[in-house]
Design a protein around this ligand. Structure first.
Ligand SMILES: NC(=O)c1ccc[n+]([C@@H]2O[C@H](COP(=O)([O-])OP(=O)(O)OC[C@H]3O[C@@H](n4cnc5c(N)ncnc54)[C@H](O)[C@@H]3O)[C@@H](O)[C@H]2O)c1
Length: 507
C-alpha cells in the first residue's frame, strides 16, 4: 500500500458521521473511530443496559431502541452489529435509508438473501463492507505483503481455524449480562451451526493469497460439549470442518468449532515457501519441506503506531480504515460486497453439504447475474428453535426459572475452575513446573462459596423440572463438575491437602 494513499485518509478534514446499530460488539470500535475521523453520533439497541453504556461513553449522541427512528437521523454510515442471521435484512434497511454499511460478520444467512444484498448494494450506489477483521493481525498483514511480492509462490494448501468455545454466550450477551428473561436462550448463539460462522478462518486465507473459494464439501459431526443447548442440528458446541477448493486449484481446510482447545492457527503452503501463524509468525523458505524455518518479526508497517493496542490484534482498526477510505476516496476494501459474498457463501453451502453427507457444492460468484439467478429463490436455512420458550414447562415457577441464565453462565466458569484443578492435579507429578498448578487449587478455594450457592440453585431447578431441557443442561455441567464430590463438606479440606502435598514436593 503506497504511503501517500494511506495518508490521504488521515490528512483529510472530512468527517464521517457514524451510527452504531447493535451496542454489544458495536461498542468495540470506539478507539479506532477516533483515529479515523469517524464521529459516532447515534446508537440503537433493544437492550437498556447497552444504551446506558453507550450514553455514558458518548453523552452527546442520539440513542434509541427503535431502528426506524435511528435510521431516520441525519448521518452517513452504519456500523451494523445486530443479530448474526439478520445482517442481510438489516443492511438492506440501512442502504434503503441512504446509509453506507459496515456489517459485522457474516454478510447473509441464506443464498437468496445474498442475492438480494448484492443487488441492493449495486442499486444503492453506497459503500458496503464486511467487518471481517482476522486478516489484519500483524502476522497476516506482513504475510499478505510478502505473498504479493511472490515469496511463497502459488498457494497449494492452507488451513485456517476459528475454534472458539463461547458456551456462556448461549445464555448471556457479549458484555456478560444474562439474557432476559432468564429462561430464554440467546437469539442465535444458542443454536447457529458453526458452519455459518466461516469468515474468520477463511477470510485471512482469501486475503493473504488472493484466491477465492469455488467448491466446498463437508461431513456431519456429532460431538457436543456439555452445557451447550442441544437441538437436533449442530450448534456452536461442536466442530464443523470443511474442505474448500480455491480458484487456483489449491485446497483449504476451514475449521470452525467450539471445543476443548481454542485455536486460531493458520498454516500456508505455497510452491516456493510456507508459513505458520500461531500468534507469532514462522516462515519455511527455500522451496523444500526441510528447508530452514525461522521466526520473523511482523508488524503493520507504516500503520503500526496507530494500530498497536487496537481490538482483535489490530483487525478492528483496519476494517474501519478500509471502510472510511472507500467512502472518502472510492478505493474498494478487501471485503467489499463481493469479497463479503465470497467469504460468506462457503459456510452456507458447507452446512448443506454436511447434511447431505458430503455432497460437494460449487460456490457461485455473485458478481455474475447468471450465478445470482441460479440461487435467487433458494431460501434454505437452519430451522430456528424457539429461543424464548422451551427450556422449562410453560407453567413453571418463573421466580425460579428466571434464575437459569445467571446460574448456568456462572456454572460454566465454576465447572472450568473445578475441572482445571482436578485434572491438573491428576497429572501434577508430570508437570515440568508443578507450581503452575497451585493457583488452580487457590482459585477453587476462593470461589468455593459461589460454587455451593450456584450449584445449589442449579440443583433446585433440576429437582423442580427434572425432564426439562434446562435441567438436562444443568445436569450435564454438574456432572462435569463432579458435583456430588465437590458439594461434600470434606471437599475444601481435600483441596488444601492436595495443595500442601505439591508444595512439600516442590520443597
Ligand atoms: N469480528 C469479530 O471479532 C466479532 C466479535 C463479536 C461479534 N461479532 C459479530 O457482531 C455481531 C454482534 O455481536 P454481539 O455479540 O453484540 O451479538 P448479539 O446478538 O449478542 O447482540 C446484538 C445486539 O444488537 C441488538 N439488536 C439486534 N437487532 C436489533 C434491532 N432490530 N433493533 C435494535 N437492537 C437490535 C440486540 O439487542 C443486541 O444487543 C454478531 O453478528 C457477531 O457475529 C464479531
Amino acid at each position: 500500500m503506497a504511503r501517500s494513499r494511506t495518508k490521504r485518509v488521515f490528512d483529510t478534514d472530512k468527517r464521517i458521521r457514524l451510527g452504531v446499530w447493535g451496542l454489544g460488539r458495536g461498542m468495540n470500535f470506539y478507539d479506532a473511530c477516533a483515529k479515523l475521523h469517524l464521529d459516532v453520533v447515534a446508537g440503537c439497541d433493544f437492550n437498556q443496559h447497552m444504551r446506558d453504556n453507550f450514553q455514558k461513553v458518548n453523552p452527546g449522541a442520539f440513542v434509541t431502541d427503535n431502528a426506524e427512528e435511528f435510521l431516520a437521523r441525519d448521518f452517513d454510515a452504519v456500523l451494523l452489529a445486530t443479530f448474526c442471521p439478520n445482517h442481510a435484512d438489516d443492511a438492506i434497511q440501512c442502504l434503503e435509508a441512504g446509509k453506507h454499511v459496515l456489517s459485522e460478520v457474516t454478510a447473509f444467512h441464506t443464498m437468496a438473501e445474498g442475492v438480494r444484498l448484492v443487488e441492493a448494494v449495486k442499486k444503492s450506489g453506497l459503500v458496503y463492507n464486511l467487518a471481517e477483521n482476522y486478516p489484519f493481525t500483524a502476522p497476516h498483514v506482513y504475510l499478505a505483503r510478502r505473498w504479493r511480492e511472490g515469496l511463497f509462490g502459488d498457494l497449494i494448501y492452507a488451513e485456517g481455524e476459528y475454534v472458539h468455545e463461547i458456551r456462556s454466550l448461549a445464555y448471556t450477551y457479549i458484555d456478560g449480562m444474562p439474557v432476559e428473561p432468564g429462561d430464554a436462550l440467546h437469539s442465535w448463539r444458542s443454536w447457529l451451526s458453526f458452519h455459518y460462522y466461516c469468515t474468520h478462518s477463511l477470510g485471512p486465507i482469501m486475503h493473504i493469497t488472493g484466491t477465492r473459494p469455488v467448491r466446498v464439501v463437508s461431513l456431519p459431526s456429532t460431538g457436543r460439549l456439555a452445557g451447550f443447548p442441544a437441538f437436533k442440528t449442530d450448534g456452536l458446541g461442536t466442530v464443523t470442518p470443511s474442505l474448500i477448493t480455491m480458484d487456483n486449484g489449491a485446497l483449504v481446510k476451514n475449521l470452525m468449532g467450539g471445543t476443548t482447545n481454542d485455536t486460531h492457527l493458520f498454516r500456508y503452503w505455497g510452491n516456493k515457501g510456507a508459513a505458520v501463524v500461531d500468534g507469532g509468525l514462522s516462515l519455511r523458505l527455500g522451496g523444500g519441506g526441510s528447508c530452514p524455518m525461522h521466526r520473523v518479526k511482523a508488524d503493520w508497517g507504516e500503520f503500526t503506531p496507530l494500530v498497536e493496542g487496537m481490538g482483535h490484534g489490530g483487525g478492528d482498526f483496519f476494517v474501519l480504515y478500509y471502510f472510511a477510505r472507500q467512502i472518502l476516496f472510492g478505493d474498494p476494501a478487501p471485503f467489499d460486497i463481493h469479497g463479503a459474498a465470497d467469504v460468506t457463501l462457503p459456510g452456507i453451502l458447507a452446512r448443506r453439504s454436511s447434511l447431505e453427507n458430503g455432497r460437494a457444492y460449487d460456490v457461485p460468484d455473485f458478481r455474475k447475474k447468471k450465478d445470482r439467478d441460479a440461487w435467487r429463490d433458494d431460501h434454505d436455512a437452519q430451522p430456528r428453535p424457539d429461543v424464548r420458550h422451551g427450556l422449562f414447562p410453560r407453567r413453571a415457577d418463573k421466580t425460579l426459572t428466571h434464575q437459569f441464565n445467571h446460574t448456568i453462565s456462572r456454572l460454566i466458569y465454576l465447572m472450568h475452575d473445578v475441572r482445571a484443578y482436578k485434572d491438573w492435579f491428576a497429572v501434577v507429578d508430570d508437570m515440568e513446573d508443578p507450581a503452575q498448578a497451585l493457583p488452580l487449587a487457590d482459585r477453587v478455594i476462593e470461589v468455593y462459596p459461589e460454587i455451593r450457592e450456584t450449584a445449589g440453585t442449579a440443583l433446585k431447578l433440576v429437582e423442580a423440572y427434572p425432564k426439562s431441557h434446562g435441567a438436562r443442561l444443568l445436569r450435564e455441567l454438574l456432572d462435569m463438575m463432579d458435583a456430588d464430590t465437590v458439594l461434600s463438606d470434606a471437599f475444601p479440606a481435600t483441596v488444601r491437602k492436595a495443595r500442601r502435598r505439591v508444595k512439600r514436593r516442590m520443597g
